[in-house]
Design a protein around this ligand. Structure first.
Ligand SMILES: Cc1cc2nc3c(=O)[nH]c(=O)nc-3n(C[C@H](O)[C@H](O)[C@H](O)COP(=O)(O)OP(=O)(O)OC[C@H]3O[C@@H](n4cnc5c(N)ncnc54)[C@H](O)[C@@H]3O)c2cc1C
Ligand SMILES: *[C@@H]1O[C@H](CO)[C@@H](O)[C@H](O)[C@H]1NC(C)=O
Ligand SMILES: *[C@@H]1O[C@H](CO)[C@@H](O)[C@H](O)[C@H]1NC(C)=O
Ligand SMILES: *[C@@H]1O[C@H](CO)[C@@H](O)[C@H](O)[C@H]1NC(C)=O
Ligand SMILES: *[C@@H]1O[C@H](CO)[C@@H](O)[C@H](O)[C@H]1NC(C)=O
Ligand SMILES: *[C@@H]1O[C@H](CO)[C@@H](O)[C@H](O)[C@H]1NC(C)=O
Ligand SMILES: *[C@@H]1O[C@H](CO)[C@@H](O)[C@H](O)[C@H]1NC(C)=O
Ligand SMILES: *[C@@H]1O[C@H](CO)[C@@H](O)[C@H](O)[C@H]1NC(C)=O
Ligand SMILES: *[C@@H]1O[C@H](CO)[C@@H](O)[C@H](O)[C@H]1NC(C)=O
Length: 510
């Protein structure tokens, strides 16, 4: 039997009334069946209850560990000050926390690996932070076909666990990126041309819904929710376990190449060529970036390339290997060895990611790159400026995976068009420059995207993982997919817990 929307809503409302007696509220707004206390009142209610039940698993402000925990973010802009931080030890405790938030009307944020650099997507000033750090179970299936992973894990932990079995999976390209982010928003890995995005490799999600119920979503159970979680982000519930397809890839062939500025245009041309010639026969992909030091005026294009198997140098990167490099390091190693060297320390800087998507076109990308250098020069006085121009490749065959796996994903990209994401990743030191740098990136993007539109080269696709907080990824999804997600959200979260109490990150809108 299931509660109707109405009776559940009144249940929750009376629970809030109980909570309100202990913690006299100021004002609350009631709508969509959920009662939202004001920020301080809701957080006091939830923090007090969680601390009473779970003791040290709930850290209150200014304790030593609290101070360290609020800096467990990649982007310094994300260091906010929650009223308390709760570290659930298992899925049942996640469910208890969600019920507590609902009955207190407490506003909360969820943190996995803490890498999304959208301030407030994974933290909340004055509210409750649900930090998934302790949910680190990792179990390789006895038939070696999959791995079950908790949302407190980093990709390096997953690759480490798979290594003894000669297995690999599609996840983050660097070391310490969190598992849940990529599995819920998409996930660019090196081998996507053959195996699809990280989300396409999720076989099942264990989810705590807004009413505290725990469900499994997979290809046979709760199939709508299964589809919606593949790119639908934190709009439906809290995932407490991901089952990911394991791939028999014991060894990978890597190439690291750095070039002189004089070859920047050849480097961009090589990237376009690789995008258009990277079919699914061999899994291969990259991290492609151009760094510009606005002080020394030194430009450094660089490639991190990975191909499955042991062919060395990896043949798929021939377009780059033809360009004279300053430095090239080829190697054959286990995936674990490769990833463990790719650290990206937390708290390196304040940082703005922002991007648009284009059909592969060398001339246009070279124009944008040159314009970007000029634009960087206009902000060269910004302290700690750390500008990088990044190109993320999506070859057609990447999209074919979701088209043919019987499930698809919420992006709904067709496999008739290669795409390249052009991204500004810009770091700086001081908060006083936040608005300036955000507007700088935004203005640059908008102008060049309009140029690309005029030239018939633009794609409206936006990837949440690399988006600025001012961007709107859902507007780049097919409208019918967004409508379907909103319907699914209505079915699984009729109270609106994940749209009203948890409002950070990219939301579907009310
Ligand atoms: C240095 C760096 C390298 C990157 N490299 C890559 C890359 O190679 N490929 C790629 O695709 N992307 C990459 N990204 C982008 C990355 O995909 C996003 O930052 C992603 O959100 C990171 O996941 P996380 O778990 O660390 O993030 P978090 O910020 O913890 O989570 C992301 C969002 O998901 C929500 N969330 C977290 N856990 C759960 C859960 N269990 N249930 C429901 N909601 C949850 C959070 O509230 C937040 O809104 C990179 C980012 C950085 C900073
Ligand atoms: C609550 O709302 C009422 C009516 O809008 C207002 O008069 C009152 O001052 C508010 N109280 C607080 C504590 O905000
Ligand atoms: C604080 O952190 C230390 C080191 O990680 C840990 O051993 C300890 O249990 C933590 N204490 C609390 C109260 O969380
Ligand atoms: C934590 O410390 C800050 C700065 O010292 C202070 O403003 C704040 O009131 C403290 N919070 C609590 C809950 O003690
Ligand atoms: C799983 O992998 C391990 C290590 O390679 C191997 O010993 C074992 O036989 C494999 N199991 C199956 C069912 O293939
Ligand atoms: C890069 O190329 C320029 C000329 O094209 C040359 O002057 C410079 O020395 C080169 N830099 C390096 C590091 O090789
Ligand atoms: C090359 O791979 C081996 C393992 O195969 C590893 O020990 C070594 O550190 C790697 N070298 C570089 C430069 O990455
Ligand atoms: C630019 O070069 C200067 C001098 O070598 C160095 O201090 C600074 O860190 C560099 N900046 C970037 C973004 O690499
Ligand atoms: C919780 O919500 C789900 C989805 O709306 C519903 O199927 C289930 O019956 C609810 N459980 C309870 C106990 O209300």
């Amino acid at each position: 039997m299931s509660f109707s929307k109405l009776s559940l809503a009144s249940l929750i409302t009376s629970a809030v009334a109980v909570c309100a007696q202990t913690y006299p509220t100021t004002n609350s707004s009631i709508s969509n069946g959920i009662t939202i206390a004001d920020l301080a009142t809701g957080a006091s209610c939830a923090c007090t209850r969680l601390a009473a039940t779970f003791g040290d698993l709930c850290l209150t402000a200014n304790s030593t560990n609290y101070t360290a925990e609020v800096m467990e973010y990649w982007d310094i802009r994300s260091d906010l000050l929650p009223k308390c931080i709760f570290f659930p030890a298992d899925a049942d405790q996640v469910a208890t926390a969600v019920s507590t938030f609902t009955s207190c009307g407490a506003q909360f944020a969820i943190r996995g690996g803490g890498h999304m650099n959208f301030p407030g997507s994974n933290n909340i000033d004055g509210g409750v932070l649900l930090a998934l750090n302790h949910l680190t179970d990792i179990v390789v299936a006895s038939d070696n076909s999959s791995i079950a992973v908790g949302p407190g894990t980093r990709w390096v932990d997953v690759y480490e666990a798979l290594a003894p079995y000669g297995l690999y999976c599609i996840g983050g390209r660097l070391k310490t990126i969190g598992v849940p982010g990529l599995e819920l928003i998409g996930g660019f890995h090196y081998l996507i041309n053959k195996y699809g995005f990280a989300m396409d490799n999720v076989l099942s999600y264990d989810v705590v819904l807004g009413n505290g119920t725990q469900v499994v979503a997979d290809a046979t159970t709760n199939t709508d929710l299964f589809w919606a979680l593949k790119g639908g982000a934190n709009n439906f519930g809290i995932v407490t376990k991901f089952v990911i397809k394991a791939l028999p890839i014991p060894m990978i062939s890597s190439t690291i190449q750095a070039f002189n500025e004089s070859y920047a245009e050849d480097f961009i041309a090589a990237t376009v060529e690789m995008t258009q010639n990277n079919d699914a026969e061999i899994g291969a992909g990259s991290v492609v970036s151009i760094q510009y030091n606005a002080t020394t005026k030194v430009v450094t294009p660089s490639l991190l390339g990975v191909q499955e198997g042991t062919e060395s140098p990896p043949s798929r990167f021939a377009p780059y290997s033809r360009i004279p490099s300053l430095q090239t390091v080829n190697n054959v190693s286990t995936p674990r060895e490769w990833h463990k060297n790719l650290d990206t320390p937390n708290q390196m800087f304040r940082v703005q990611f922002a991007h648009k998507t284009i059909k592969p076109d060398t001339d246009q990308l070279v124009k944008i790159y040159k314009a970007w250098k000029d634009a960087v020069d206009t902000v060269s006085d910004v302290k700690g400026l750390y500008p990088t121009f990044v190109l993320n490749i999506i070859s057609k065959s990447t999209m074919t995976v979701a088209k043919e796996n019987g499930i698809g994903n919420t992006w709904g990209l067709d496999d008739d068009q290669d795409l390249i994401i052009w991204q500004l990743s810009t770091g700086w030191d001081n908060a006083v420059d936040d608005l300036r740098m955000t507007n700088w990136a935004r203005g640059f993007l908008d102008y060049w995207h309009a140029e690309n539109q005029a030239a018939g080269l633009a794609s409206e696709f936006i990837y949440m993982g690399d988006a600025g907080e001012f961007q709107e990824p859902f507007t780049g999804f097919p409208l019918k997919n967004v409508q379907r997600m909103r319907q699914i959200r209505e079915d699984v979260d009729p109270l609106g817990v994940f749209s009203r109490l948890n409002w950070g990150g990219f939301k579907l809108g009310n």
